[in-house]
Design a protein. Structure first.
Lengths: 486, 401
């Protein structure tokens, strides 16, 4: 049996109130009021598809000792066109470097393509489980419908042949150059045609045919589908399609329009992760992505799902929510307006690629060292132990800090230094089992940061170099609002 | 056991430029302003100087690298000139080089000159520091107020001090320096400011507002040192002579920033350097023996904790001493009698020497309107870097006899 062995998801905590955004642009397009309900997930300035992918993957891997043979990362918004994004994900997870990595891109099917390739790899018995992750952070023009309807999110799965919680029953893929929207290479924004084109020509014609063919091929009767996960590009399309196919109304999964928004290549995986959160053994899940064709994947939930420890996926992400009613901030984060950054933002040193490589486990994996003499964990790993009563010289044992419990020891809320989101928050982060360092604080609430506050380390964008196109990643401390988040 | 520096080196002459936003001057003109005053005070010719140390911190503005700008500007006699840089403690480092050279007998007369031209950036506050190749990949974009504001967060947590209580004491510290600076013709900021204005100023880094931050200034300060014997031979009277009693430096070794012990509410290196300096100077009870001191009040909170780190206030007791006026001009141990970094200004490379300059004037009874009565010992405290990773230079100067 092969299939899904674990899952996780991540939705940024910022949620843009759509009514606020629609109102800001109502002068130009009063029709936006039709989309002014609910909210959309909004990545922080220091998040992109890669950082979200890492966070989702950490949730999928949490508490599990798995040997991974491959990391596949699907997205249409990979931050790098040439520097393997899946490789950065693997490094952030501090995986052994003997691992296959690949990016899947070019279509909103990229997320399911990563899943399918992962399942194929497991079936081919190449060794180890596969981490398949999908994440999306799409930009949209100010005042566009897409700005309201898109959302940023990530989902991750481990795929394997033991401890399978959802058995892969098979798949069916269709490729057709049906273009309802596209984004040319080098362009920031999608170009969209009207929704009627998509509804009449895809959702009433070739898509139902493709799904029917898939279900027939796999021997699944429409009425036997317990959960129908379709990444619909607009509300209600999945429900109409289910009716047409004979799939029960109750089986249709929520399209997450009111809470997350359309997360592109991540959307079908995100909805699948949500389905697994509440899935019962024996249920049949049918997942369909949509983008110049479709991928259909069918799973049957196994009794092993009861043994998988609860993990952070959609429910936890939705609970970890901060409403954003400042549309101007959303625009600045997504760089659709050019905000005055001040002269201090001009400082822009080149990134030393050699230093970045030498210290890759430190910078991407948050790996410090543990003194082999006194046992003190420390970050970064040092040539001589930092413990004043030790100072032992010698190579340290690697010590990963990413999941170590930590608290804020001292903090600053700084209006002077440059940051895309003033005031900059940073402070001395102290790890309970040893070690501390001065780190950026992210996902803060103004006036709520305090000494002793517990934090979780998260992989984020440390800074961007627009002149050279470099994105520098490092880890930051995110305050935990409640013990539950710890 | 080393016997230390006490009374081996005398200050022959000192000079200090007017500090401030010197749009009219570059580093060269500022150095000349300080140097010519020091030469006249010392009563020597430039060719009598045997070695020199130049302190300057910010390569990004100012005069660039090496000591050649000082040698060229001051037309030194092809003598050894060394540029030193140790964050904001650079001035004391230059002074230390000159004092040690004389104490070692390597030369008869040595020069220390510090200079900083900061106001060539187009924005307020200090310019960003170049921090090498690796730190930009993982350090936060630290600003000076941001790192020192963290001391306030830790101090409040350690002593359970309400924010308003701390904020009020910090305002008193700044108001005191403004009152002192108003009497100093060379100070950058010469206006008395009330505590209400200070507390109502825009926030820079919680809880530090604009008036909790020192001036960002252009300026230069200069010291010419020699042995007491040579000073006497050059006509200086022993009863007017100011000698170096102690000169200590302490640097972090990573413990504060990497080992879970330090709680962030004090500066570890200040404590280390102060103990060594008192021992070197033979001072047993600093709260009773020190006449005055100049601390590195880059921010009001730094001054507050430094009073404790120097052993003048008890741990957790500085707020009470501040509110009692213990450190005011008419208090027991006046602090920042020249206005401090806060109001005299903070041209980085010059600051450590500027502090000694004020102690020197006071000890010689030449401090004009702000002259203290019969001071004996003056201490200077120069702090560079971050609370968790820094350089502290402390000097104690006093009357020779």
């Amino acid at each position: 049996m092969i299939g899904i062995t674990s899952f996780g998801a991540y939705v940024p905590r910022g949620r843009l109130n759509r009514a606020v955004a629609a109102k800001a642009n109502a002068w130009a397009n009063p029709g936006l009021a039709a989309q002014a309900r609910g909210e959309r997930a909004m990545a922080g300035w220091d998040e992109d598809s890669l950082t979200m992918a890492v966070e989702a993957a950490r949730h999928a891997l949490a508490g599990r000792q798995v040997e991974l043979g491959a990391v596949y990362f699907g997205s249409t918004t990979h931050p790098f066109a040439d520097r393997q994004n899946a490789g950065v994900v693997a490094a952030a997870l501090d995986l052994p470097e003997a691992v296959a990595t690949a990016d899947f891109a070019g279509s909103l099917k990229a997320g399911t393509a990563a899943l399918l390739a992962g399942l194929d790899r497991v079936a081919a018995v190449r060794g180890g489980e596969v981490l398949a992750v999908a994440a999306e952070h799409r930009r949209a023009r100010a005042g566009s419908v897409q700005e309201l309807m898109y959302g940023d999110a990530a989902a991750a799965f481990t795929l394997g042949s033991s401890g399978v919680i959802a058995e892969h029953l098979g798949s069916h893929s269709v490729s057709t150059d049906f273009v309802d929207h596209y984004r040319a290479a080098g362009q920031l924004f999608d170009y969209h045609w009207e929704e009627r084109w998509l509804r009449d020509e895809a959702f009433q014609k070739w898509l139902p045919d493709a799904i029917r063919a898939g279900l027939a091929k796999l021997g699944i009767a429409a009425r036997a589908v317990d959960r129908f996960v379709l990444a619909e590009p607009a509300p209600k399309l999945a429900a109409e399609l289910a009716k047409r196919l004979g799939i029960a109304d109750a089986a249709v999964a929520d399209g997450l329009h009111a809470t997350v928004g359309q997360s592109g290549a991540a959307h079908a995986p995100l909805m699948l992760a949500a389905a697994l959160e509440t899935a019962k053994p024996g249920q049949t899940l049918v997942v369909v992505s949509f983008g110049q064709g479709c991928d259909l994947l069918a799973f049957r939930v196994t009794p092993a799902i009861a043994q998988l420890a609860p993990r952070s996926a959609l429910a936890a992400s939705l609970a970890r929510r901060k409403e954003e009613t400042d549309y101007a901030k959303f625009q600045a984060f997504n760089e659709v307006v050019t905000l005055e950054k001040g002269l201090r933002a001009e400082a822009n040193p080149q990134t030393a690629l050699s230093a970045m490589y030498r210290k890759r486990r430190m910078l991407l994996g948050l790996v410090g060292g543990r003194c082999r003499k006194c046992g003190t964990p420390q970050f970064p790993a040092a040539l001589r132990c930092v413990n004043p009563s030790c100072h032992h010289a010698g190579e340290m044992a690697p010590y990963r800090y990413a999941d170590e419990p930590a608290r804020i020891k001292t903090w600053a809320s700084d209006w002077l230094t440059y940051t895309p989101e003033p005031p900059a928050h940073y402070g001395m982060i102290e790890f309970e089992r040893g070690g501390r360092f001065m780190a950026d604080i992210t996902d803060w609430d103004l006036g709520q940061v305090s000494v002793g506050q517990p934090v979780r380390m998260v992989f984020r964008v440390r800074g961007r170099d627009p002149q050279r196109g470099m994105i520098r990643y490092f880890w930051k401390a995110a305050p935990l609002a409640t013990a539950k988040e710890a | 056991m080393a016997e230390g520096i006490r009374d081996k080196v005398a200050i022959l002459g000192m000079g200090c430029s007017r500090f401030g936003e010197r749009w009219d001057m570059g580093a060269e003109e500022l150095m000349e302003e300080a140097f010519s005053e020091a030469l006249a005070d010392a009563g020597i010719e430039p060719r009598q100087i045997g070695a020199a140390w130049l302190g300057s911190c910010m390569d990004e503005v100012n005069i660039g690298k090496s000591a050649t700008p000082a040698s060229l500007t001051l037309r030194l006699d092809n003598i050894p000139v060394t540029r030193v840089e140790n964050y904001c403690a650079t001035g004391t480092e230059a002074f230390r080089g000159a004092v040690y050279a004389v104490a070692a007998g390597a030369c008869d007369i040595a020069l220390a000159i510090g200079v900083e031209k900061l106001k060539d950036t187009g924005y307020g506050g200090l310019p960003g520091l170049e921090i090498g190749s690796l730190p930009p990949l993982w350090w936060p974009n630290l600003s000076a107020p941001g790192v020192f504001a963290q001391v306030a967060s830790a101090y409040m947590a350690r002593y359970n001090v309400p924010r308003d209580t701390l904020k009020r004491a910090l305002a008193e510290i700044s108001a005191k320096s403004h009152a002192n600076g108003a009497k100093n013709p060379k100070a950058h900021l010469r206006k008395p400011v009330s505590c209400d204005v200070i507390m109502g100023a825009p926030m820079i880094a919680e809880p530090l507002g604009l008036f909790d931050c020192c001036g960002v200034s252009d300026g230069s300060a200069c010291a010419i040192v020699t042995t007491p014997e040579i000073a006497r031979s050059l006509g200086k009277h022993a009863d007017q002579m100011v000698t170096v009693k102690a000169l200590q430096l302490a640097l972090s070794n990573g413990a504060e920033g990497g080992y879970n012990d330090w709680d962030g509410s004090y500066i570890l290196t200040t404590r280390k350097a102060a103990q060594r300096a008192y021992a070197e100077a033979g001072i047993k009870k600093p709260r009773e023996e020190l006449s005055m001191f100049e601390v590195h009040d880059c921010f009001s909170i730094t001054e507050l904790v430094t009073m404790e780190d120097l052993g003048l206030s008890a741990d957790g007791g500085a707020i009470k001493d501040v509110m009692d006026g213990f450190y005011n001009a008419d208090g027991k141990i006046p602090c920042q009698i020249d206005g401090g970094l806060k109001c005299f200004g903070h041209p980085i490379g010059a600051s450590g020497i500027r502090m000694v300059y004020e102690m020197y004037l006071q000890l010689q009874g030449r401090a004009g309107e702000r002259q203290l009565k019969n001071p004996r010992y003056g201490l200077t405290h120069n702090l560079g870097g971050f609370p968790h990773q820094n350089v502290v230079g402390i000097s104690i100067v006093g009357r020779y006899r």
